[in-house]
Design a protein around this ligand. Structure first.
Ligand SMILES: Cc1cc2nc3c(=O)[nH]c(=O)nc-3n(C[C@H](O)[C@H](O)[C@H](O)COP(=O)(O)O)c2cc1C
Ligand code: SF4
Ligand code: SF4
Length: 263
C-alpha cells in the first residue's frame, strides 16, 4: 500500500507512477483523516510493501503526514518493507531521521527512502518563488527516469537511501522547521482580492477541505496544512499570503486530470 499526501500534484504524480509500476494500492492520507477522531489499523498481506509519498514542507514531512502515522497501526506487521518518497524543490534536510523516529514509535522500521526533485511550490516568504518555466520542464523530464529507478528499487525491496539533505540539514530541520510549524502553518495569512470570481477552484482543490464559500467569497476554516494548492490554483491570482506580491503559480500538469477524489 502507498499512503500519499499532495497539495499541488507533484507527489500525487509520483505516487501514481509508483502504484502503476508496483501494482500497489494508493491510499490518500487526507481522505483517510477526514474524521477528526481518525485512528485505524491496516491489515498487511504477507509480502506487502508500506510506502509513504509526500512533499517536503520546510525540510521535513508535512504535519498532516506525521499526524497520520502517529494514529495508525499495522496488523500482522513482521518487518514488512517500508519506504518513503519525498518530492522537493531542492533539498529535504533531516526528513529521513524525523520519519524514522515517528515510524519507530509505532513499531515500523524504515528500510528505504528517496527524494525526488520536482518543481518548487513554495512562494510564501520573501526570496522564494516558483522555478522558471525552463527549470520546471527540466525537473519534470528528469523525474521520469528517477521514478523508474525508485520503482525498480521498491519492487526489488532494496534497502536504498538516495536523498538530497542539502547544506546544514540539522539547522534547517531542527531549528527552522519548528519555527515554521509554530508561525507559518496557519491560514490566517490568506487573503483574497476583488479579482475573485467565486469559481470555487480553491475550495475544491484543498486536500483538507479547509475552505468554504461564504457570500461568494472563500473563507479559510483554520485546518490548513500549508500546501499552498489554493494559492496556486486560483485562475484570477486573487489569493495572496501575507502581502500582495507578484509571485508565480505552479500545479503539476496532470493534477487537474486526476480529479478532486484523488487529492
Ligand atoms: C510549505 C512548503 C514548504 C516547502 N519547503 C520545501 C523545502 O524545505 N525544501 C524543498 O526543496 N522544497 C520545499 N517545498 C517545495 C515542495 O516540497 C515541492 O514543490 C513538492 O514537490 C510539492 O509537492 P506537491 O505538489 O505534492 O504538494 C515546499 C513547499 C511548500 C508548499
Ligand atoms: S487552505 Fe490552502 S494551503 Fe491550506 S491546506 Fe487548503 S489548499 Fe493547502
Ligand atoms: S480560486 Fe480564486 S477566483 Fe476562484 S473562488 Fe478561489 S479565490 Fe476566487
Amino acid at each position: 500500500m502507498i499512503f500519499y499526501f499532495s497539495g499541488t500534484g507533484n507527489s500525487l504524480y509520483a505516487a501514481r507512477h509508483l502504484a502503476k509500476a508496483t501494482q500497489d494500492r494508493l491510499i490518500s492520507i487526507p481522505a483517510e483523516m477526514s474524521s477528526p477522531a481518525f485512528s485505524k489499523e491496516y491489515t498487511l498481506s504477507t509480502d506487502e510493501r508500506i510506502g509513504f509519498v509526500f512533499p517536503i514542507h520546510s525540510w521535513g514531512p508535512p504535519e498532516i503526514v506525521l499526524r497520520f502515522i502517529r494514529r495508525i497501526r499495522f496488523a500482522n506487521y513482521q518487518n514488512h518493507y517500508c519506504y518513503f518518497v519525498a518530492t522537493c524543490g531542492d533539498d529535504m534536510g533531516c526528513t529521513r531521521q524525523i520519519l524514522e523516529r515517528v515510524l519507530s514509535a509505532i513499531g515500523i522500521c524504515l528500510q528505504a527512502g528517496f527524494s525526488l526533485i520536482m518543481p518548487n511550490t513554495y512562494i510564501a516568504l520573501p526570496g522564494f518563488d516558483v522555478d522558471p518555466l525552463e527549470i520546471q520542464k527540466q525537473k519534470l523530464a528528469q523525474a521520469v527516469p528517477e521514478l523508474n529507478r525508485i520503482a525498480n528499487d521498491v519492487d526489488q525491496k532494496s534497502s536504498a537511501f538516495r536523498l538530497h539533505p542539502g547544506a546544514m540539514p540539522r539547522l534547517k530541520s531542527y531549528l527552522i522547521l519548528p519555527l515554521f510549524k509554530k508561525i507559518l502553518i496557519s491560514d490566517k495569512y490568506f487573503h483574497t482580492t476583488d479579482q475573485c470570481i467565486a469559481c470555487g477552484k480553491c475550495v475544491r482543490i484543498c486536500p483538507t477541505n479547509n475552505i468554504r464559500m461564504e457570500n461568494k467569497c472563500p473563507v479559510w476554516q483554520g485546518n490548513c496544512t500549508a500546501c499552498l494548492a489554493c494559492y496556486h490554483v486560483c485562475p484570477q491570482r486573487a489569493i495572496y499570503f501575507f502581502a500582495k506580491k507578484d509571485k508565480g503559480q505552479y500545479l503539476h500538469p496532470d493534477l487537474l486530470k486526476y480529479g478532486k477524489e484523488n487529492n
